[in-house]
Design a protein around this ligand. Structure first.
Ligand code: PMV
Length: 312
């Protein structure tokens, strides 16, 4: 997804005559759904080749509110603007009679799962409107329809993590398994603001076939899983994962510099997270190092810095 500006509300499905919609005159009962974004902790790219990866929900959320309105359904207010938004929501929301508001704490287009959080939040809100609570299966099935509009043929990982709301370990083609952490970890997330192109990065790795690096990345996932279960720091493993991802060609100078700066400021380890080519860096921090690492990241990416807890 891209672009976070407030723009004119979107009619759906696919109405070229996008128009400003008037908000309802009275405060009407609204039905809300909320869901978190995600980060990939370790194992991206290797997961494409059958190794396991670890991803976790983050405490940044998207909320979708639905209320009745006369006439065509409209997105009346949104923090996420994307040309595909109307088509995506039309997969679960009726074309008539629904006003939609979307608020999101998640940056878009950087691998933090903003479209997945939107999908799960929308499914939950739609179920609430029918007086029900959406099950995980419903979030997965109906959320996939939304994710397909945004990403074509997604693995389903992002909205699985969003719907489960916890760390998971997963292998392609298998159902993700919740991962229990002995203690929560804190990550500083720095968003370069440069969108990464997941499909292009996956193709690049496919062309290079870096088997030794992918094997090692898969091994790092297993070690990180074991350490998280014991409450041991994983920073050095994140550090190694970044430089392996760099060797396979998916890092950029900007991502490398961010990793160096955050580690120099005290992070236990930093890596790009997601497909690469842009997007985010994550760094494991402690209460003692968090502020310095945030400041170091801010010097490079301004205010696009977040602190998230995993497994809390
Ligand atoms: O672009 P993201 O952050 O959703 O991550 C893509 C992860 C890859 O392993 C590179 C691709 C995939 O389908 O798993």
């Amino acid at each position: 997804m891209s672009g976070a500006d407030r723009r004119p509300p979107v009619r759906f499905p696919r109405d070229p005559a996008v128009s400003w919609a008037m908000p309802p005159p009275l405060a009407l009962a609204s039905h809300e759904g909320r869901a978190p974004g995600k980060v990939i902790l370790v194992g991206e790219h290797a997961v494409v080749y059958g190794y396991r990866a670890i991803a976790a929900s983050v405490d940044l959320f998207t909320t979708v509110s639905l209320h009745d309105r006369p006439g065509r359904s409209e997105v009346e207010d949104t923090d996420i603007w994307d040309a595909r938004l109307g088509d995506a929501l039309a997969t679960i929301i009726p074309a008539e009679g629904v006003g939609v508001s979307i608020s999101s704490e998640l940056p878009t287009g950087c691998g933090m799962g903003s479209s997945a959080a939107l999908a799960v939040a929308a499914v939950r809100a739609a179920a609430r409107r029918e007086g029900r609570t959406a099950s995980f299966e419903e979030c997965f099935e109906r959320g996939m329809a939304i994710e397909r509009v945004f990403h074509g043929n997604p693995s389903g990982l992002d909205h699985t993590v969003s719907a489960l709301g916890c760390p998971v370990i997963f292998r392609r083609g298998e159902r993700a398994v919740p991962l229990r952490l002995a203690a929560p970890i804190r990550l500083v997330v720095a968003n370069t603001g440069t969108p990464g192109d997941t499909a292009a990065m996956v193709d690049l790795v496919k062309a290079r076939k870096p088997e030794a690096e992918l094997l090692r990345l898969g091994a790092l996932t297993e070690m990180v899983a074991a350490r998280l279960a014991l409450g041991h720091p994983v920073g050095p493993f994140l550090h190694e994962a970044h430089w392996l991802l760099r060797r396979i060609g998916v890092s950029t100078r900007e991502l490398d510099e961010l990793c160096r700066a955050m580690e120099a400021a005290g992070a236990e380890g930093a890596k790009l997270a997601g497909a690469g080519g842009g997007g985010i860096v994550i760094a494991q921090v402690t209460p003692a190092t968090e502020d310095a690492v945030r400041r170091a990241a801010s010097r490079q990416v301004d205010d696009r810095v977040y602190t998230v807890s995993i497994g809390g």
